[in-house]
Write a protein that binds this ligand. Structure first.
Ligand SMILES: C[S@@+](CC[C@H](N)C(=O)[O-])C[C@H]1O[C@@H](n2cnc3c(N)ncnc32)[C@H](O)[C@@H]1O
Length: 306
């Protein structure tokens, strides 16, 4: 079996090649077009040797384009199966965290969201909070300072070297932890349940098809205490965010929110309706979803499980 490290190296190499080839792509299109015209003209003047030579050049260019598509396919399918690759050094999203964090700091995102949650009666002091996809863990550390009587646990499937270290009521679990195994990694630190799961643009965002989303939510359901909640970002995706992707200088979000990504799947999931209630607070980029655990009904059948 190929090890994770080898797979990551294949991902890095294929990504580097595809970034370089992407740069050449437009030039190749231009060369193909020019060659095509020269080929037609030389055939018109019965210069068949020249036409053949141009055809060879066009075929080589075409092979480069096909090679690029294959390389792109390899790097994107590897990162699709191993989300953590994207966030490690050299990965396509390794520079994602800081600009988003700086932007959120500028718009006082965390302050506003925490204030709104408090206003809505979500308890944040004297509780156990788990952030399953914390990346560097800066928001989580700030939460730990704001609620000194709460216990904050942060981790991620991809551990950045410069994550915030554990201190006081803040613990960063620095082994690679998949949110799908939250039960077992919490058990290792003798924690059975938490009251709040913080999952901003993280494991839920990456959960994939409906069945996989239900498996992840089932894991969350099992570790949540009575009336426990999951908090995730829910701003309505708009053209603004797409425009940001086109301008590398633009500040602000570039991707859809977690709710936008999972909305349809939640609507279609009977399992979800049986296990959770869903509510929203805040507006615009401050809008977050509160998923509240429902208590299991006594007559809930086995078939309703995941
Ligand atoms: C876009 S970043 C968001 C980081 C942070 N929550 C924030 O708001 O800035 C997505 C993070 O989710 C993590 N992630 C994705 N799938 C995960 C999973 N199944 N388990 C744990 N972490 C996951 C990635 O490794 C990455 O660090």
């Amino acid at each position: 079996m190929i090890s994770k490290l080898n797979l990551f190296n294949v991902y890095l190499i294929s990504r580097r090649i595809s970034v370089k080839l992407a740069f050449l792509r437009n030039w190749i299109y231009v060369l193909e077009a020019v060659s095509f015209v020269i080929c037609l003209v030389s055939m018109f003047f019965k210069e068949f040797k020249l036409a053949l030579f141009i055809l060879v050049i066009m075929s080589v260019l075409l092979l480069i384009l096909i090679f690029e598509v294959i390389i792109l396919f390899i790097s994107s399918s590897l990162s699709k199966k191993n989300t953590e690759f994207k966030y490690l050094p050299g990965g396509s999203l390794s520079d994602w965290y800081e600009p988003t964090y700086n932007y959120n700091e500028k718009i006082s995102w965390l302050d506003y969201v925490l204030g709104k949650l408090e206003d809505e009666g979500v308890r944040l002091e004297s509780i156990r909070i788990l952030s399953t996809s914390a990346n560097k863990g800066k928001y989580e550390y700030e939460i730990s300072k704001r609620y000194p009587k709460s216990k904050i646990i942060a981790t991620d499937i991809s551990i950045p070297k410069d994550h915030v270290g554990s201190s006081g009521n803040f613990t960063y679990l620095s082994e690679e932890n998949n949110a799908l195994n939250a039960n077992s990694y919490l058990a290792k630190i003798n924690i059975e349940n938490v009251d709040l799961i913080w999952d901003i643009k993280g494991a839920l965002w990456y959960s994939g098809k409906r069945k996989k989303l239900e498996i992840l939510l089932n894991e969350y359901y099992n570790i949540l205490d009575v009336e426990g909640v999951i908090i995730f970002d829910a701003y309505d995706y708009s053209r603004e965010y797409f425009k940001n992707t086109l301008n590398s200088e633009a500040e602000g979000y570039r991707e859809s929110s977690t709710y936008t990504r999972i909305k349809r799947k939640l609507e279609k999931s009977k399992w979800f309706n049986i296990h959770f209630d869903l509510d929203f607070i805040g507006d615009g980029e401050y809008k977050v979803a509160i998923m509240k655990k429902k208590e299991k009904r006594k007559n809930q059948t086995k078939e309703q499980g995941v």
